[in-house]
Design a protein around this ligand. Structure first.
Ligand SMILES: Nc1ncnc2c1ncn2[C@@H]1O[C@H](COP(=O)(O)OP(=O)(O)OP(=O)(O)O)[C@@H](O)[C@H]1O
Ligand SMILES: O=P(O)(O)OC[C@H]1O[C@H](OP(=O)(O)OP(=O)(O)O)[C@H](O)[C@@H]1O
Length: 229
């Protein structure tokens, strides 16, 4: 058996079902609307497991599932050295969203990461604490800002409604996912010109553990043939 993890609700689940369906493999929920039971038709030996999108990276790395669909942002955020633990099999062309750094629109002189770095240094001098960036993407934000030479900040954890933290004065800047940009605009924020951390999309991954049986390796090859990837 090959276990395939798919997000258990919302846009990602439906579009994943459509993507497989268009390639001749039917994935569906098998129980009531609220039950997380699932079934596969059109490919022998594939088992569907419905999971939270955020948990799929860890389940792939631990070997509990062999294949998984989730946002490329979540794999990079949840797994240190992600590409040694999972491999990308196919970008799926939906679930697109950008992880970006944004600051208040009112900061008219701050448009780049260099500007942010200068502002952060001045902020610390003036306030005696580091400029706060609210995000749930701790790993990706830290790595990005280190590479870009921005140092004088602190991360404050925000697991949702992140764009509201600036108005609420619990942060000065944010790093979050955006697709239409509506939420940023509505909260008086603007994206830095060079503030794109990662352009994410739903992606089919496989775990890289080396304890797969020959049977499972063969199954994966056959599946890739059917899917054309
Ligand atoms: N506005 C958006 N438009 C498109 N994709 C988005 C948007 N917001 C988040 N995403 C993407 O959707 C994925 C997250 O999906 P979802 O919200 O189901 O995860 P989650 O909140 O971790 O789920 P759960 O609450 O079940 O753990 C991420 O890969 C993210 O990039
Ligand atoms: O650019 P937009 O189209 O406005 O979309 C961006 C919003 O969508 C996501 O939130 P989600 O609905 O996943 O809720 P969250 O606050 O729990 O992350 C993201 O965190 C932004 O808040």
């Amino acid at each position: 058996m090959l276990k395939l993890g798919v997000p258990s609700k919302g846009r990602l689940m439906e579009k994943t079902f459509d993507w497989f369906g268009a390639r001749g493999i039917s994935l569906r929920k098998s129980g009531s609307d609220r039950e997380y039971a699932a079934a596969v038709d059109g490919f022998e030996g594939l088992e569907l497991v419905l999971l939270s999108a955020g948990e799929i990276p860890r389940e792939l790395a631990s070997g509990n599932i062999h294949l998984g669909v989730t946002g490329s942002d979540l794999v990079r955020e949840k797994l240190a050295n992600w590409d040694s633990r999972v491999a990308e099999l196919a970008p799926m062309g939906f679930g697109g969203a950008d992880l970006i750094v944004a600051v208040p629109q009112a900061w008219v002189d701050v448009n780049t990461l260099d500007d942010l770095d200068a502002t952060a240094a001045a902020f610390r001098q003036k306030h005696g604490f580091r400029l706060r960036i609210a995000t749930k993407y701790h790993r990706l934000v830290r790595e990005f800002l280190r590479e870009q030479g921005v140092a004088d900040y602190q991360i404050v954890d925000s697991q949702g409604a992140t764009e509201g933290t600036v108005k609420n004065e619990t942060a000065e800047a944010i790093a979050d996912i955006t697709s239409t940009g509506e939420t940023l605009r509505a909260n008086g924020l603007k994206i830095l010109d060079d503030g794109l951390i990662h352009a994410s999309q739903a992606t089919l991954f496989r775990g890289r553990r080396n304890d797969w049986t020959d049977e499972q390796r063969k199954k994966l090859k056959a599946l890739q043939l059917v899917l054309g990837i």
